[in-house]
Design a protein around this ligand. Structure first.
Ligand code: GLN
Length: 380
């Protein structure tokens, strides 16, 4: 068996969700909203399911969806994308990421990544034969310096993988950080995969895409997720956008992973991306209210909440909150004895690096958040 997979444990998200279900715990672990996503988007998909073709969609995605993705990014981020050459539809952002990594990384290539990182990255890099070069980031700012990049890049660097805003840290890379990365990517002739699935959930500032930087735009694949945009995480519809030469290469891998994505869901997403800006603003405002409910309850009770910049997540600095045990032990005790599932940040680190931070998903109803806060407060 392939040792990359033989040595892998089940994803922490699955483990925590199973544990929460088995124990009847409140699940603030795996990041998914408690209320189902945009009803008008589900309705559009339901109509398409009955009235449109249910046979294979085109491998690169329905033309109507690729056009909608290009229009959406033009409207919301000022990006210029040709739907035919610069947009590929995948079965979820994770499939987009795997197709990107598998098609760009050759065995022995080095891939620069930033830790803590989304748990799929390392196995995908290793499966492609890539060698991860990990930059360890520290709370509360989770930023990197020129010296960090100097140490991570080498003449074997082929690819850099970033997430902005980040899961789990929530940090949104600013222009200075992206410019520094741009300098290194150009110097080392490296490609960038920019996982921007949280681009619609950014607080208090416009989303900055890697495609906004002119030299990065020539070497970046931007990954997007309809599941995150519409709070429909089970749909698994993703977008890969970038220069034609890169998108063509990713499409070659995609065609032999999932080949194509369910057409009714693509129709639903195409409809949704055309909704007016107020609709998206309302969805964001709703999430911000939920974030504030959880953050204020926990802060008032003496927890140290790290300021969130985006995503569905709040991070607690456990040491600063007066919790002495490790994040993994605390998360275990929390789900076992107090009925709340959460994700300890060491789960996002290679080789169990100790990080005294706990990730909580706040995309839940106010009542669920109140109840979870009460249980968390009782656990201290
Ligand atoms: N993105 C989700 C999270 O961070 C998990 C997705 C998954 O379970 N594959 O919680």
């Amino acid at each position: 068996m392939n040792p990359v997979f033989a040595g892998l444990k089940t994803s922490i998200f699955e483990v925590m969700s199973l544990e929460a279900r088995a124990r009847g715990a409140i699940n603030l672990g795996q990041g998914f909203p408690e209320s189902d996503g945009f009803p008008e988007v589900r309705q559009a998909a339901a109509v398409a399911l009955m009235e449109q073709s249910n046979q294979y969609a085109p491998m690169r995605g329905l033309p109507v969806l690729r056009q909608a993705v290009a229009d959406f990014y033009a409207r919301t981020q000022g990006l210029t994308l040709d739907p035919e050459h610069n947009v590929l539809i995948t079965s979820g952002a994770t499939e987009g990421l795997s197709a990107a990594i598998l098609s760009l990384v050759t065995p022995g290539d080095e891939v620069v990544v930033f830790e803590p990182m989304y748990d799929a990255y390392l196995p995908l890099i290793r499966r492609a034969g890539g060698v991860p070069r990990i930059v360890q980031l520290q709370p509360p700012h989770w930023t990197f310096s020129e010296a960090d990049l100097e140490a991570a890049f080498s003449e074997r660097t082929r690819l850099v993988l970033i997430t902005t805003p980040n899961n789990p840290t929530t940090h949104a890379l600013d222009r200075d950080e992206l410019e520094l990365l741009q300098r290194f990517c150009v110097r080392h002739d490296a490609w960038l995969v920019s996982d921007e699935v949280w681009e619609q959930i950014v607080f208090g500032q416009p989303h900055l895409s890697a495609l906004h930087l002119p030299h990065l735009a020539k070497r970046t694949l931007k990954i997007g997720s309809a599941g995150k945009i519409f709070s429909l995480t089970g749909w698994k519809v993703g977008f890969v956008c970038g220069p034609q030469v890169l998108v063509d290469q990713v499409a070659r891998a995609h065609q032999f992973i999932t080949f194509a994505t369910p057409p009714a869901l693509q129709h639903g997403v195409a409809f949704g991306l055309g909704l007016p800006p107020e609709r998206f603003a309302a969805a964001l405002a709703e999430l911000e209210d939920l974030r504030d409910i959880l953050a204020s309850r926990l802060t008032d009770a003496g927890f140290k909440v790290l300021p969130p910049q985006g995503t569905y997540f709040l991070n607690l600095d456990l040491t600063a909150s007066g919790i002495g045990e490790s994040a993994i032990d605390y998360a275990g005790r929390l789900v076992r004895d107090h009925g709340v599932a959460a994700i300890p940040l060491p789960a996002f680190c290679d080789g169990g690096r100790e990080l005294s931070v706990l990730r909580l998903c706040f995309a839940k109803s106010p009542a669920t958040l109140e109840q979870a806060a009460t249980l968390l407060i009782a656990s201290r």
